[in-house]
Design a protein around this ligand. Structure first.
Ligand code: ZN
Length: 574
């Protein structure tokens, strides 16, 4: 060991004979700032670094030559700075100012990246998506552009923060200073808002969502609201849905068991669906499938999995949308199970968002079918590994049995569209093979997206083939509907999750197909051409609840025939 290291530091250099009352601090570069000054500086940094998109939205339609524009900009900048000053001043005592500022800076850097790159809105629904995203999905969002952004807007400022030292003061002084800062910030906030009250009122009324661009305040607010909502849902038991549910009159007379395969798609948009007349044939196999019903005009219930999935399995739907009521209630799956339907949920994504809680289910990742799972998750064909065996099992079982098997796809989940299909489906080229959409041309992004649709086409057509092969022994039906659409660069937007009121059609219009075996048409007295005609009319996620009740022949007072896509076509002579 080097002898130097054994010498206590305080002894070198030799102390002067008059010993100072406090020992000198270890030598390092320091920026000495009172805690309150650091708070204001951190708030100013957040205003300038993380709110570019907020100011851009606020300045839309204004001209730089108009002096009012500058007054407007200044007032907003003061207000945003005051909000973040208050946020820190109210929660962080002196010792916690640095860690709180550090967390806000990192959160703001990440938030502003996603706002800027994808045009997302950081509302509670989006934050719920983020909080419920699994590891694979998170990994796909990490890329070099994000790393550079974080280096500039998080790592560098944190480096500066590291050198800040806040001198101590008496608790009296600390309280006086803090109360002063809060008071001045409140005055600045109120003053700046009053100064531009008229235009601000009009602006927030017309652009309700812009407040979600105030970063990181909106992120903190949205995360809090999402967590509170989740916590409330976790402690309240779900309300029973359809306690009167019972098997319909047809069950006793059933000649064969019934299997309805419900494939819940992911991020597939109607605009790129070959069957809907998209310029490219992205659904060649379904197009060649006899008896396939394509619903060309279907509106989703939301623009994200977190909203759409609970909503499409709820009695409320978009017609009577009430998030708390939906999340606080059982889903149609629980209702069907209570009536005696054997419900099973198989997931190849981040879970069923509560709609299958307590019901039998499994995940493709755990099944781990050979050759289909890897570092980036599992391919959707894993959902069907044992389909033949399951169908054979049902065929050998009681003829009154009714089964609903839900397959929850990873589908077209972005931004890594190219990871969603095996290389055999890389038909539209060149593709965007990066997780970082900014490194790709729009053409490459759309090519990868369309290839993922080709793979879903293959999945659905194969499922129908296998169902058809068992149709002599089992009455079978397939229903496919995507949860929401996707933006692929239109108006600078990518991905999905826009607030409902603002969402473009590409995020809300989804593909949907249905296929029934001939024996099921006969067993339920369904007229095929009637159903084909219904498929040409508009439909919505709201129809799913009642259509499932009809197909599975379950009776409850909640059933509305007008919302069952097949109701008007029943009653044909067998
Ligand atoms: Zn989704």
């Amino acid at each position: 060991m080097s002898p130097d290291l054994e010498v206590p530091r305080a002894n070198v250099p030799r102390q002067p004979t008059t010993v100072p009352t406090t020992l000198p601090r270890p030598h390092r570069f320091e920026i000495v700032l009172p805690a309150e000054v650091l708070i204001v500086l951190a708030a100013l940094f957040l205003t300038l670094a993380a709110n570019v998109d907020f100011f851009r939205a606020a300045l839309r339609g204004r001209t730089a030559t108009d002096p009012a524009t500058w007054g407007w900009l200044l007032a907003l900048a003061v207000a945003v700075t005051a909000v973040h000053t208050l946020l820190m001043a109210l929660v962080a005592p002196r010792r916690l100012v640095r860690p709180v500022a550090a967390v806000l800076i990192v959160v703001a850097a990440a938030g502003s990246y996603f706002v800027h790159s994808f045009g997302v809105v950081l509302d509670p629904a989006m934050l719920r998506n983020v909080l419920h995203t699994d590891l694979h999905e998170t990994r796909e969002l990490l890329n070099p552009t994000l790393a550079v952004h974080l280096l500039l807007y998080a790592v560098l400022p944190l480096g500066v923060l590291w050198f800040v030292r806040m001198p101590t003061c008496s608790w009296r002084q600390a309280i006086v200073r803090r109360v002063g800062l809060v008071g001045v910030s409140l005055l600045a906030l109120v003053g700046s808002v009053m100064a531009v009250f008229q235009p601000l009122a009009a602006f927030t009324r017309n652009h309700h969502e812009v407040r979600y661009l105030i970063t990181p305040a909106s992120l903190v607010n949205s995360t809090g609201r999402a967590l509170v909502g989740d916590a409330r849902a976790a402690v309240t038991t779900r309300k029973t849905l359809g306690a009167d549910a019972r098997p319909g009159a047809g069950w006793a007379a059933r000649e064969r068991p019934l299997v309805v395969l419900l494939v819940v798609g992911e991020t597939a948009r109607a605009a790129n669906w070959g069957l809907n007349g998209y310029a490219r044939q992205t659904t060649p196999r379904l197009a060649a499938t006899a008896g396939l019903l394509n619903f060309a005009d279907v509106q989703a219930c939301g623009t994200s999995t977190e909203v759409s999935l609970p909503c499409m399995f709820s009695a409320q739907g978009r017609r009577h949308y009430d998030e708390d009521a939906i999340r606080g209630s059982e889903s149609v799956l629980h209702l069907l199970a209570r009536a005696g339907v054997a419900v099973h949920w198989r997931d190849n994504q981040s879970g069923c968002k509560g709609v299958c809680d307590g019901l039998p289910g499994d995940t493709v990742a755990v099944l781990n079918p050979p050759g289909l799972c890897g570092g980036g998750g599992c391919q959707d064909e894993g959902l069907m590994v044992d389909l033949d065996r399951r169908l054979a099992g049902v065929a050998a079982g009681p003829r009154q049995a009714a089964h609903l098997w839900v397959l929850h796809q990873i589908g077209n989940h972005g931004p890594a569209y190219a990871k969603r299909y095996p290389t055999a489906y890389r038909r539209f080229e060149p593709t965007c093979d990066s997780d970082d959409l900014q490194r790709c041309t729009r053409e490459q992004i759309v090519n990868a997206y369309d290839n993922a649709l080709l793979y879903t086409d293959h999945l659905l057509a194969t499922a129908i083939e296998r169902l058809r092969a068992q149709a002599d022994h089992v009455d079978v039906a397939l229903v496919y509907v995507s949860d929401h659409g996707e933006s692929l660069g239109e108006s600078g937007l990518y991905l999905h999750g826009m607030p409902w009121a603002l969402a473009p059609k590409v995020q809300t219009q989804v593909p949907m197909v249905m296929w029934l075996s001939d024996s099921l048409y006969k067993a339920q007295g369904l007229a095929a051409d009637c159903l084909a005609a219904r498929a040409r009319q508009p439909a919505r996620h709201d129809h799913l609840f009642h259509t499932l009740l009809g197909l599975l022949d379950v009776q409850t007072a909640l059933y509305e025939p007008a919302m069952d896509l097949a109701a008007d076509c029943r009653g044909a002579p067998p």
